[in-house]
Design a protein around this ligand. Structure first.
Ligand code: MRU
Length: 366
């Protein structure tokens, strides 16, 4: 553990959730998000195994942040040791990518980022006679940094488009954590709130606590309070009441994977919010970068849903809250059907209505 870098925003200095330290032989520094909000601690990963564990245990979490961490994690396969030839370089890079891809199944940003790292390795590994190990590792680091920088820019753009969408709102409900912790800096749904604040429009955010791992209670409230944005924490089961009382005029959430038709996987409980929003005639917005779309799958029924350990529900609060040996079901994500999504906000603008045609047109793959 050691001091980490920070980034300057219009509303103050915020710590970086993911940071590469040094040259290609360096280390991956993460905020250990499992300790927040009680402790702000950093963990330095120096092996692909440490990165795998950090992702699986949610020390680093949130779809874009997982992708960025994994991209840097590929470098740790070499730990600064130069590959001797192109075959070794390619074989070890692909092995590291395969390994890291097994850490979590739902957020497509992980696979998207690793695919980019694989492509760089494949391109470099052709023409063995000129192979240069130093250059190869420098190129891998360059690609990981590009993924990181692009995410930062995408999040800022999402914030601009998202804040325009919320200009008529006073209260907005959100779920899970979609801020700088989950991305590279501003986040996705939270970027819209931060940007509104930067532009002088203060929203009142209602944050679902997000059972079972409490990303909303632990992380979203922490980030919003750091930026001095008014936030009220509620239990997930209070959302309907908050909507009925007229406290929120919109719901905005992030995404872990969006299928070609706009069906959206996000933290468990999101689908329930979309159903409630429709009942109360409140717009339901999804904010996500283009790296979160998976147009290779037609609809949400094909999105793999991560199943997590029983103890997250039975002992998630640090002590047992259910009888021993009780049967538990713990899907970490659910899928919101596209017809319940009013608009998807990306770095390019808005998709609305949300269907296969509008999604593919927006992404330029129609
Ligand atoms: O299990 P987590 O905490 O990684 O789940 C994160 C979410 O569901 C977020 O809403 C999603 O990744 C969007 S992050 C900008």
């Amino acid at each position: 553990m050691s001091a980490s870098g920070t980034t300057e925003t219009a509303s103050g200095t915020i710590p970086l959730s993911v940071e590469w330290i040094g040259d290609f032989g360096g280390a991956l520094r993460l905020i250990d998000q499992t300790l927040l909000p009680l402790e702000l601690q950093f963990v330095d990963c120096r092996s692909t195994e440490q990165v795998w564990v950090a992702i699986e245990r949610l020390k680093v979490r949130g779809a874009p942040a997982i992708g960025i961490a994994a991209a840097y994690g590929v470098l740790l396969e070499f730990a600064g040791e130069l590959p001797e030839n192109a075959d070794e370089f390619l074989e070890r890079t692909l092995r590291a990518c395969d390994y890291l891809a097994g850490s979590r199944p739902t957020a497509v940003n992980l696979f998207w980022a690793l695919k980019r790292m694989q492509s760089v390795a494949r391109a470099l590994a052709t023409g063995d006679s000129d192979f240069d190990g130093t250059l190869a590792l420098e190129k891998l680091l360059q690609e990981a940094r590009a993924i990181h920088d692009e995410d930062r820019a995408m999040c800022r753009a999402i914030g601009m488009h998202g804040s325009a969408l919320l200009s008529g709102c006073t209260g907005v409900l959100t779920h899970c954590n979609t801020g700088g912790l989950a991305t590279s800096e501003y986040g996705t749904a939270l970027s819209a709130f931060f940007t509104s604040q930067d532009l002088g429009h203060t929203l009142h955010i209602y944050a679902d606590e997000t059972r079972p791992l409490l990303q909303g209670a632990r992380l979203t409230t922490w980030e919003l309070m750091q930026r001095k944005i008014p936030v009220t924490l509620i239990c997930d089961s209070m959302a309907a009441q908050v909507m009925r009382e007229g406290k929120v005029q919109a719901v905005m959430v992030g995404a872990d994977r969006i299928a070609a038709n706009g069906d959206t996987a996000n933290k468990i409980g999101t689908y329930m919010l979309a159903v409630l929003a429709r009942h109360h005639n409140i717009p339901f917005y999804v904010a996500a970068p283009s790296s979160t779309f998976d147009v290779s799958i037609a609809d949400g029924s094909r999105i793999p849903i991560e199943q997590r350990a029983d103890y997250e529900i039975t002992e998630g609060l640090g002590r047992r809250t259910a009888p021993a040996n009780v049967t538990v079901y713990n899907p970490a994500f659910d899928v919101t059907p596209a017809e319940l999504v009013t608009a998807i906000v990306t770095e390019r603008g808005l998709i609305s209505p949300v269907n296969k045609q509008t999604v593919l047109e927006h992404l330029g793959v129609a």
